[in-house]
Design a protein around this ligand. Structure first.
Ligand code: ADP
Ligand code: MG
Length: 470
């Protein structure tokens, strides 16, 4: 289910975090096709007469959607409750001769729910079970005793409507979020932190005591550290546009490589190629010695490549914590939901988002969304983390904070490729700088030396300068 949620929210992102999206989509289609096939054969046998109109009418899927939105999609019981309520209502409306109105009623119900209560009934039933049950009982009993209107099924339908109204009365948001989180955990006391959780204990990465500003950038890894990523003459064209024209690059364990270059120089394309989002048109890319150019992105993620997006792409329907937990559930060493949520906290701590764990991505600002990107990528336990302009669009204070987080991640032992416009930040952080220009590596080496390179100065100050420098 979580794989499918993540596919719905952002399929490519899910794949990049290690979710085998194709397999899960095939599974979902096969299972639902099987169920629908059985239902269809029963239906056809019973009705003895099947029309296109009766089966493929737009209202058939509409009813299914209303049922699951009304009940709540986070738990299997939700759609079941929704089906019970909607079917009873529809039946009663038809019996009362309002068949034509039932579509209008359903449309109103759907619009109201999507706007005001997208979590559905289940979560709310668990917040005030007794008042809802009491309302239902009083309404049904009242109608039965007074006999003012209708037959028994009408009383039940009226009771359901009254109970639903009570269930949907306003509740504090925090309470609601907690209930939704519990629902999806299938455990009533989820917020009691799992005590000695053996699984989770193996997960947290070594959180280095904040190393503080490292005075000597360039205090890089040894020159003979193992190679993590090796690009050999990598090229990529889009139609006639040559985004990368043969880049060779070796990244060793423990490095923090600053990848800089003017707009359109191919930085994001390189990130896309190493993470498998695109295939190179020529050349080879090896991660930990294995060629990845024919692997699907989720396999590359399992080999230890994680990336963030220039424009953050969180799973909007999940809490901040679950965004991170997904990466753990489908990572190299997958954990079950409960342990994954517990372990997610470590990564949120590392980037400083612990207090926002229960927020939705839409409720946090750009800086926090970019930190979430990092936490989510870290949760895959990467060998190498590709940060694509993780500091773009931030205020100076936020940039300093983000830089501290990057430093902390690096200090925790993760190799980083930092794509960044701000040379000041790159100079502070990077152990090595690679300059791309027009799809080629213009320079590669120790940050200060690279920045003094006339060709680099030229590329940044304009072509004319570049030619003069060259
Ligand atoms: P950077 O991240 O350094 O600003 P990009 O890697 O995004 O640069 O882009 C490099 C070049 O490739 C640009 O000319 C861009 O227009 C082109 N490009 C990148 N992605 C695509 C794509 N999906 N389709 C077509 N052209 C693309
Ligand atoms: Mg870019």
């Amino acid at each position: 289910g979580w794989a499918l949620f993540s596919v719905r929210d952002a399929e490519n992102v899910a794949e990049g975090l290690g979710v085998p999206t194709f397999r899960y989509k095939m599974l979902a289609i096969s299972i639902t096709g099987f169920i629908a096939g059985i239902a269809g054969s029963v239906y056809a046998l019973q009705v003895g007469f099947v029309t296109v109109e009766g089966v493929f009418n737009l209202t058939v899927p509409l009813f299914v959607i209303v049922m699951s939105v009304l009940g709540g999609r986070m738990h299997w019981l939700g759609p079941a409750i929704g089906a019970l309520v909607i079917h009873t209502l529809r039946d009663r409306l038809a019996a009362a001769g309002f068949e034509g109105v039932s579509l209008v009623v359903l449309g109103l119900v759907l619009a109201t729910l999507v706007l005001l209560a997208p979590e559905g009934l289940m979560a709310r039933l668990r917040i005030r079970p007794l008042p809802v049950a009491a309302t239902f009982a009083v309404a049904v009993a009242g109608l039965a005793l007074t006999q003012v209107w209708g037959e028994p099924l009408d009383w039940v339908a009226a009771g359901m409507v009254a109970a639903a109204v009570v269930a949907f009365l306003p509740v504090p948001r925090r309470r609601l979020v907690r209930e939704v989180v519990r629902l999806t955990a299938d455990e009533p006391e989820a917020d009691a932190a799992p005590e000695a959780d053996a699984d989770a204990a193996t997960v947290p990465m070594p959180v280095a005591a904040d190393a503080g500003p490292r005075d000597a950038p360039g205090a890089g890894p040894r020159a003979d550290a193992p190679v993590v990523v090796e690009c050999v003459d990598v090229a990529r064209s889009f139609g006639g546009v040559r985004a990368l024209g043969g880049v060779s690059l070796t990244i060793r364990e423990g490095e923090l490589v600053g990848l800089v270059g003017p707009n359109g120089s191919g930085k994001t394309t390189l990130v896309n190629l190493i993470s498998g989002a695109f295939r190179p048109t020529a050349g080879d890319i090896r991660v930990a010695g294995q060629s990845i150019v024919r692997l699907p992105p989720h396999r590359i993620a399992h080999l230890g490549v994680a990336r963030t997006y220039q424009i953050p792409r969180p799973f909007e329907s999940m809490t901040v914590r679950d965004n991170v937990a997904i990466a753990i559930m489908f990572g190299r060493r997958p954990l079950a939901l409960r342990s994954a949520r517990h372990a997610a906290q470590e990564h949120l701590d590392l980037v400083g988002l612990a207090d926002l764990a229960n927020a939705r991505p839409s409720e946090i600002n750009l800086h926090e969304r970019q930190l979430l990107e990092m936490a989510r990528a870290l949760a895959t336990r990467p060998r190498v983390l590709l940060l694509d302009e993780a500091l773009a669009g931030l205020s100076p204070v936020e940039i300093d904070n983000a830089a501290r987080v990057v430093r902390r991640i690096h200090a925790a032992g993760i190799t980083i490729v930092l794509v960044e416009h701000l040379l000041r930040v790159v100079n502070q952080l990077a152990t090595r700088v690679v300059v791309l220009d027009q799809g080629r590596a213009l320079a590669d080496g120790e940050p200060r030396a690279v920045m003094r390179d006339p060709a680099v100065v030229g590329a940044y100050l304009g072509r004319a300068g570049g030619q003069a420098g060259a």
